[in-house]
Design a protein around this ligand. Structure first.
Ligand SMILES: *Cc1c(COP(=O)(O)O)cnc(C)c1O
Length: 466
């Protein structure tokens, strides 16, 4: 294995790190995001290999020699043994040249489990070897919190405190977090909004003494290891279709922070037989507008039926921008500073024509069209899809030729968004068997005011309690 295991920041000045430090760092110290110093090349593998085997093979060149290959393989096996489907990410045919890639068979029923089940194990492995502990703090408006909690609940060296807005997340989402019985996991209901929760988390990170004393860390969607773990299913989907040497397979990705679709771009970059990447957005259509106008322009956030895609700015886009800037960190940093100030970021025609036009397609989808698509898929195929997946399917219709093979990523189980699915189809999807008693399980949570001192006191007691 060569030296492709070092990472550099998109803003050019943070120290170059190995895989393990990149994993634990999250954001780079210059405010940038970590990218591999070199792209390895990865070949398509055996369609009969298990998902865990392929994950270990595809991830290994990015880890280099920092983690023993047997240990990596064991972590992949354990992580993907938590999925209810033996294929982990199975394909389902949905008409000619169309498939769904079901990424929702993990413990919390959304695609974030694919990354977070592995990332929790990687964290614990690295921390155990170093004899260190960390405290992951985060804010959630629903999905990420439960996937992160499930990913670290067995970690000996990670404490976790997740803040959520009291009374403002769905009961399924709340119960998925508050019913986890694990001494290292703590949920806090804040008397405030999601933005208040995020501000509290930011304030804790900005309090340097507090951050260092409790070794605060994050597992948000800019974490390199999360992006990396998601690269795997682009390879395995093509392998399941026996399409590694035939016509390229396009992927349609319901997109928020641009993490998932960036993983598809990376798969394509390192050798997967990926055709187009179709970016589906809801009414928060900053990416669709970018594909139409070559300018990124931030507006306010709107609430939609696909809440995990309700974002203002897609943070992982900076990684693609870095590539578009020929890996010039200073240029990327200047661009991001201008974007923060003016809320506008324009890309010149030559760069757009080289990097975006040949690869990306984009389509926005309203709530009305989302419901109509859920109803249509149920009518025509007898399949229930969640609202995020429906946005991906609408984008597929709009952007792909009929003879182009397209895999649409199904990012959440329909039961996770049962109200929208029932509204569209009249059928209420039920939770899978392992979660059928979710509403009977006891909840553990702490309610706190929107007050930094109170929250810091709680975090301090939670991290020293064990
Ligand atoms: C997080 C999430 C998305 C958006 O993924 P990004 O990587 O942020 O683009 C889409 N669908 C569901 C169900 C999600 O939980």
């Amino acid at each position: 294995m060569t030296s492709s295991s070092h990472y550099i920041s998109t803003r050019g000045t943070a120290p170059r790190l190995g895989f393990n430090d990149t994993l634990l760092a999250g954001l780079a110290s210059d405010g940038g995001l970590y990218m591999p110093e070199q792209w390895p090349s990865v070949t398509h593998g055996n369609p009969d290999a298990t998902f865990a085997q392929r994950a270990a093979e595809i991830i290994a060149p990015f880890v280099g020699d920092e983690i023993d290959s047997h240990a990596l393989a064991a972590m992949c096996r354990d992580a993907y043994a938590t999925f209810r489907d033996p294929h982990v990410a199975p394909l389902r045919e949905l008409g000619d040249n169309r498939w769904l890639l079901e990424l929702f068979h993990g413990p919390t029923l959304a695609f974030k489990d694919v990354a977070l089940q592995l990332v929790g194990r990687l964290f614990d492995h690295v921390l155990t070897a170093r004899g260190e502990r960390i405290t992951v703090v985060g804010a959630t408006s629903g999905d990420t919190g439960s996937a992160a909690i499930d990913g670290v609940k067995h970690c000996a060296n990670v404490s976790m405190v997740i803040l959520y807005p009291h009374g403002r997340i769905s009961e399924v989402q709340r119960r998925q977090m508050t019913t986890v019985q694990s001494a290292n996991v703590h949920t806090v209901a804040i008397d405030g909004s999601f933005d208040d929760c995020q501000d509290l988390v930011k304030a804790m990170f900005n309090d340097r003494a507090f951050r260092d004393r409790h070794r605060l860390a994050a597992v948000n969607s800019i974490n390199w290891a999360r992006v990396l773990a998601q690269v795997v299913y682009y390879f395995t989907a093509i392998e399941q279709l026996h399409a590694s040497e035939s016509a390229p397979v396009s992927f349609s990705v319901p997109t928020g922070n641009f993490g998932n679709v960036l993983s598809g771009w990376i798969a394509r970059r390192i050798g997967a037989n990926v055709g187009h990447l179709i970016v589906g957005s809801n009414a928060n259509d900053i990416l669709t507008r970018f594909f139409e106008t070559q300018t990124m322009s931030a507006t306010g956030v709107m609430a939609t039926l696909s809440p995990s895609m309700d974002i203002q700015v897609s943070s992982n886009f900076e990684r693609l921008l870095f590539e578009m800037n020929k890996r010039d960190g200073a240029a990327t940093s200047a661009q991001m500073t201008r974007f923060r100030e003016s809320k506008q970021l324009a890309v010149d025609a030559a760069t757009f024509g080289e990097w975006i036009r040949p690869v990306f397609r984009g389509q926005r989808c309203s709530d009305v069209d989302t419901l109509e698509k859920i109803a249509e898929v149920h009518r025509r195929h007898g399949v229930l899809v969640d609202p995020h997946t429906a946005v991906g399917l609408v984008a597929t219709d709009a952007c792909a030729a009929p003879d182009e093979p397209v895999v649409t990523l199904a990012t959440a189980h329909p039961a996770k968004f049962a109200d929208a699915v029932a509204q569209a189809t009249g059928v209420r999807p039920s939770l899978p068997a392992h979660m059928a008693d979710l509403f009977e399980r006891p909840e553990h949570t702490t309610q706190l005011p929107n007050d930094l001192v109170a929250v810091q006191r709680f975090v301090a007691s939670a991290t020293t309690a064990r």
